[in-house]
Write a protein that binds this ligand. Structure first.
Ligand SMILES: [Zn+2]
Length: 394
């Protein structure tokens, strides 16, 4: 069970429920395809498997010998089995060992789920994990299907929603309408969660953090003739690069500021053509296409460079954002730090939300075209530079 974890989960259970995060593209692609183990997964199984083995052997021996002697004898036998059996079975790789032991534990659990005491408790734990694993498998299969790009993806997504509602109607017919309506309400709630929660991964991957050794500053809603030059000077002074998520119409209105951002070595991301903050979450496939492709075209025509990152207005994606983004070669980026600087008037309050626990790998969401843009960026940069020099004191 000596597995150096590389923080990517192996079991569907941990891949879905274990808090594994998708990382920013460049770094994620450089990692090898062979998965190690997620740190949490490694810890959980390296405690659970030896304990289950001890309980399985102890329960069996204590039913044949005197109770205490049985349990005492179970300790060395469990330790020996953990070390010798993989060797006998030529299961060299720790990952194979982990898979072998979990399958054996599960098999044991199925035969002992009616037992009393510790054996019953451990059997139930393994069976509950198996059920959650199946659910996780279904979620992974669903995400896999959701990954279709373009028209195919859009048709699939519409079909999935229709099928889910048909299932709710079938439930209504079979078990009564309160159940049917509850099913439809659950589908609606799930959809709302998936589109309105900027971090939800159900509809496609969204980057929240990076594996870079620095803080990634992202500045939305520009370019702005007043703020963009100020922010660029601030970034230069701290020798920091940022990603500006720009609105296509504003890029067309102030092309010189968009070009200046590129000239100074920063990156530009697509933040739609018109920034329909209140209605993008429920936009049709055609409108979604117009907004994202329109933003892409405006930026490319102005600065001569195709954005590779997309951010939805207010982080609210819709059912069709991911297939459209994929066709346009875009990946979707969210953030994990924000201070609500687009609505808050007090820069101190914004910084108080962003700065505590700010750490390398975080993606910070800031805005321009607000009265406090420069003040907030200055505060974040002061902290970011401290972090990068490793001398944070407060
Ligand atoms: Zn925005």
């Amino acid at each position: 069970m000596n597995q150096p974890p590389d923080n990517r989960a192996v079991s569907p259970l941990f891949r879905v429920f274990g808090g594994e995060e998708v990382r920013v593209a460049a770094d994620a692609r450089e990692t090898s395809n062979s998965r190690g183990m997620h740190l949490g997964e490694y810890r959980a199984f390296s405690v659970l498997i030896p304990l289950t083995l001890f309980v399985a052997i102890g329960a069996w021996l204590s039913s044949m010998l005197v109770t205490i002697a049985g349990w005492l004898l179970a300790i060395p036998i469990a330790i020996l089995a953990l070390n010798i059996l993989p060797f006998v079975l030529f299961a060299k790789s720790p990952l194979t060992q982990w898979r072998m032991w979990s399958s054996l534990c599960l098999l044991w659990a199925i035969f002992h789920c009616r037992s009393a005491g510790l054996a019953g408790l451990f059997s139930y734990t393994w069976i509950a994990m198996m059920v959650m694993g199946v659910v996780a498998d279904c979620i992974l299969a669903f995400q896999e299907l959701m990954a279709f790009p373009g028209k195919c993806g859009i048709v699939w997504r519409i079909s999935a929603v229709i099928l889910l509602h048909a299932a709710a109607i079938a439930v209504g017919f079979k078990f009564g309408w309160p159940w049917g309506i509850a099913g439809a309400a659950a589908i609606a709630a799930g959809l709302c969660w998936a589109v309105l929660n900027p971090y939800c991964q159900w509809l496609g991957p969204v980057y929240r953090t990076t594996s870079r050794d620095e803080i990634l500053i992202t500045i939305d809603d520009g370019p702005d003739p007043h703020d963009t030059p100020l922010l660029l000077d601030l970034l230069d002074r701290h020798e920091t690069k940022a990603i500006f998520f720009m609105i296509g119409e504003k890029v067309r209105a102030h092309p010189e500021f968009a070009r200046e951002v590129i000239r100074r070595g920063h990156d530009i991301g697509n933040h739609t053509l018109t920034h329909p903050a209140g209605s993008f979450w429920c936009a049709s496939p055609w409108r979604t296409w117009r907004e994202i492709a329109g933003g892409q075209q405006a930026i490319e025509e102005t600065v001569g460079k195709k954005p590779r990152l997309f951010r939805a207005p207010v982080g609210h994606r819709n059912l069709f954002t991911h297939p459209v983004a994929k066709v346009l070669g875009l990946e979707v980026m969210a953030w994990n730090r924000r201070g609500y600087d687009a609505v808050e008037k007090d820069a101190g309050k914004v910084l108080a939300r962003i700065l505590p626990d700010l750490t390398n790998g975080d993606i910070v969401l800031l805005h321009e075209a607000t009265p406090i843009a420069a003040e907030v960026l200055a505060g974040v940069l002061a902290r970011a530079v401290k972090l990068s020099h490793g001398k944070i004191t407060d």
